[in-house]
Design a protein around this ligand. Structure first.
Ligand SMILES: [Zn+2]
Length: 444
């Protein structure tokens, strides 16, 4: 594992929600970090002995692994609230695609990504799995923010921002991967095909082959709406999942996003191939796409992560709120309050997302040898006392606003709710300017 820096840090005096194999919760716990990697997890009184590096006092707050967002389109935060309460196809074809064609360029991608990274870090997300265009600018902004990411250049069979000639879409994605592979320990490149209905068979196969050759994650929206299912069924004579399998696309490095309109046969195929799922319940609810049968995925041992999707269809990147929604959506849908319990949902937003992105051995729990990505929540708040069960509070009571400090790769990037890595005020000013220009053009 590559080590990024020499950030030795001791985080002490916290209640550790480790998410380790024994599900340990350690009172008066500490995490010892050397060179960006967790060296030891234990009691404060033991680990502080002889430690001479920087110390971060958790002040009896909750210390947990940073949340991992399994599905984002970071620059789309610039379009948050631009078009709501619409069907997916209307939203995409009449609002998002035209807005992207007009306003998305390398500068706005950088700006929108910084905006999203600030929102994620300040709400406790330390790593995300992204798919968009001008992804090199996304990667630059993610690095600048101090976050970690699996970042994918988008592939779609019509002209896209930065890729005017769709015939070159896979080539562009491959050049992004080659540019970023092994370049920085916080960035992993990936390839993202938009969907089976916006990419041809040839494009899908070519893109997956490129991802497989390079050993990187391949991501795709699939079985998101009933309309997509009907279209693929009509054109290909099989379900979207069976179609991807038919093309040879499903393997453990394929991340399926949404996976809503699937039957038992589809789930068996996914389990058999070892592909993973990114579940984005709030986006699915907002666009009325449907409800992914997540308990069915989990029953088959399919690795499931939790994501927000872009904030234009959510409309925020707060994974604490997403956990709350995920837990409740599946209870009301199945008429069973015991499904998707707090522990299961918290595991999805940490270990599950990390595993879904191919980083299960490196992220998602406070354990020796993993990346030192962790967050501290201030629990001295009316909605968080008393605390009988920290896991319950993290899923059902806390929000991103309770996150006080954030550490990524052993480096403090949010301290006392202040972002340390870039000038947030200036980014907010620029984003306001972007919004004013868009409104001035008559699109608001
Ligand atoms: Zn998406």
């Amino acid at each position: 594992m590559s080590r990024e820096n020499n950030h030795d840090l001791l985080v002490k005096n916290g209640t550790l929600v480790t998410m380790d194999r024994e599900n340990r919760i350690i009172e008066n716990g500490a995490v010892l970090i050397r060179e960006g990697i967790i060296e030891c997890v234990g009691l404060s009184c033991d680990l502080e002995k002889g430690f001479t590096g920087k110390v971060l006092d958790a002040k009896q707050g909750l210390v947990m692994p940073g949340l991992v967002n399994a599905h984002t389109h970071l620059p789309m935060s610039l379009f948050r609230g631009l078009a709501d309460d619409l069907h997916l196809m209307t939203w995409l074809n009449e609002h998002m695609f035209p807005a992207e064609a007009r306003y998305i360029n390398s500068e706005t991608v950088h700006l929108g990504t910084l905006l999203s990274c600030a929102e994620m870090l300040l709400s406790g997300t330390t790593c995300c799995c992204d798919g968009y265009f001008h992804e090199s600018q996304v990667a630059g902004a993610v690095l600048e923010s101090g976050m970690r990411g699996v970042l994918a250049q988008g592939v779609i069979d019509f002209p896209a921002p930065g890729v005017p000639d769709p015939a070159r879409n896979v080539e562009c994605a491959l050049s992004f991967v080659d540019q970023w592979v092994n370049r920085h320990p916080r960035i992993r490149p990936s390839i993202f095909c938009h969907s089976p209905y916006t990419c041809s068979e040839e494009t899908l196969k070519k893109a997956k082959r490129a991802a497989r050759d390079r050993g990187v994650l391949f991501q795709i929206h699939v079985a998101e709406t009933l309309g997509e299912w009907e279209q693929i069924q009509k054109e290909k004579g099989m379900s979207p999942v069976a179609f991807l399998d038919h093309l040879g696309i499903l393997d453990p490095l394929t991340l399926l996003i949404h996976g809503i309109h699937v039957d038992d046969k589809d789930l068996d195929i996914i389990a058999h191939r070892g592909s993973t799922l990114a579940h984005a319940p709030e986006s699915n609810m907002k666009l009325a796409s449907g409800i992914a049968p997540v308990p069915g995925y989990l029953d088959r041992g399919i690795v499931c992560g939790l994501g927000t999707d872009g904030s234009a269809s959510n409309n925020n990147l707060d994974l604490f709120l997403e956990m709350d929604s995920a837990a409740k959506l599946h209870k009301v849908h199945s008429n069973d309050p015991t499904v998707m319990d707090a522990r299961t949902v918290l595991a999805m937003a940490t270990l599950g997302s990390a595993g879904a992105m191919g980083l299960g051995d490196l992220l998602g729990s406070l354990e020796k040898g993993k990346y030192a990505d962790l967050i501290i929540l201030d629990t001295h708040k009316p909605h968080l006392v008393p605390m009988y069960n920290p896991v319950s509070h993290l899923v059902y009571s806390a929000t991103g606003a309770d996150v006080r400090d954030v550490v990524v790769a052993g480096r403090l990037v949010v301290e006392n709710r202040r972002l340390l890595t870039f000038d947030l005020d200036s980014v907010l000013g620029e984003v306001r300017g972007f919004g004013a220009r868009l409104m001035g053009d008559g699109r608001g």
